[in-house]
Design a protein around this ligand. Sequence first.
Ligand SMILES: Cc1cc2nc3c(=O)[nH]c(=O)nc-3n(C[C@H](O)[C@H](O)[C@H](O)COP(=O)(O)OP(=O)(O)OC[C@H]3O[C@@H](n4cnc5c(N)ncnc54)[C@H](O)[C@@H]3O)c2cc1C
Length: 421
Amino acid sequence: MVDADQTFVIVGGGLAGAKAAETLRSEGFTGRVILICDERDHPYERPPLSKGYLLGKEERDSVFVHEPAWYAQNDIELHLGQTVDAIDRAAKTVRFGEDGTVVRYDKLLLATGAEPRRLDIPGTDLAGVHHLRRLSHAERLKHVLAALGRDNGHIVIAGGGWIGLEVAAAAREYGAEVTVVEPSPTPLHGVLGPELGALFAELHREHGVRFHFGARLTEIVGQDGMVLAARTDDGEEHPAHDVLAAIGAAPRTALAEAAGLEIADRAYGGGVRVDERLRTSDPDIFAAGDVASFPHALFDTRVRVEHWANALNGGPAAARAMLGQDVTYDRVPYFFSDQYDLGMEYSGWAPPGTYDQVVIRGDAGKREFIAFWMKGNRVLAGMNVNVWDVTDPIQRLIRTKAEVDTEALADPHVPLDTLGG
Ligand SMILES: Cc1cc2nc3c(=O)[nH]c(=O)nc-3n(C[C@H](O)[C@H](O)[C@H](O)COP(=O)(O)OP(=O)(O)OC[C@H]3O[C@@H](n4cnc5c(N)ncnc54)[C@H](O)[C@@H]3O)c2cc1C
């Protein structure tokens, strides 16, 4: 039983932190809930920043997790624009803000998320070099893309991952010229592997995106503070007015590290090491969302999942664990993306090296299909492209680890929910 005079502190006001605060209240916690975030905006969701909001199709107000008034109504003490810079585990306190305010916690949640990786090359200080993580970045990029579209300008995007490709799609919709530079032989190589990566390359080429695979940026060339071109390690020079660095994100672990909490091995994506209850190496400190590395029983490995659904579900799971409830966090990883008229959802975990074949069900040419990543006859992951309402049966196949006949799996006439026993 948790006492009403307890204080639970949440560091990080992204989706995981905001949802954890909501869950503490919906589960009946009547103690103090303190939510501290270094951003000035109320907690918001990031997926629209590279899609509807970037395209000007979604309003700014639509991205927030809760209305601003919700926090006071639910007695959440919200401190925006304040950085937590120290945790004292012995005293059970955190320190935050310019005046070094110290608060005591009974339980602490680290929901500090991730930050964009920076290009470590000459020229990144030029005005036309961008990153995309925050609402303010998206606001700026939206204006940049609109101006490039008007003036027939050119953006070079370093990185053919989800964010790079979504911005490429948005840039083309604005009418900008786009070159994506990616060291792998296909976009999305590290998540989908070469088979499905090629399909995304084709989609973008049809929309006028140029790819430069097998290369990295080595320099951003500028004049008078403005970007002129981007150079790659094979000696090519791509004309550019702007450059987006979309080369992935790193978990924000500095605070946890300084506090002596265990950090997961880089081979597992780094992050704050937690158990299946999302508890760190300190039993009173929990971590959730992009920053947390948790053991996933289904895949028999430790994973750090940088996706919306993991923040949406992980924040609440951590909140329940903080309340002493019996929690095992074992959701099937899930994410989605929209690019042009292609919408997709992916469930599971099957990076290259973990699967031995990809089974396609439906018409990949028409981009209406489900792809299954298989290990033997078991489904590790499934991605539905422009096919909807199939997440439950796909996740059931992954979760049950059932043996599936691959011919039946490939046949759209065999209902998915009849497969795998
Ligand atoms: C542009 C973009 C598009 C995306 N699109 C998709 C998508 O289509 N589908 C999908 O599944 N996922 C998508 N994602 C990923 C998804 O948004 C993240 O997985 C999710 O935001 C993680 O939430 P979080 O709460 O763990 O971390 P975050 O959202 O990163 O929030 C953490 C917060 O904590 C703050 N913070 C960190 N350290 C401190 C500190 N010491 N003191 C105070 N505050 C601190 C940070 O500034 C931040 O505000 C996208 C991400 C981006 C950036």
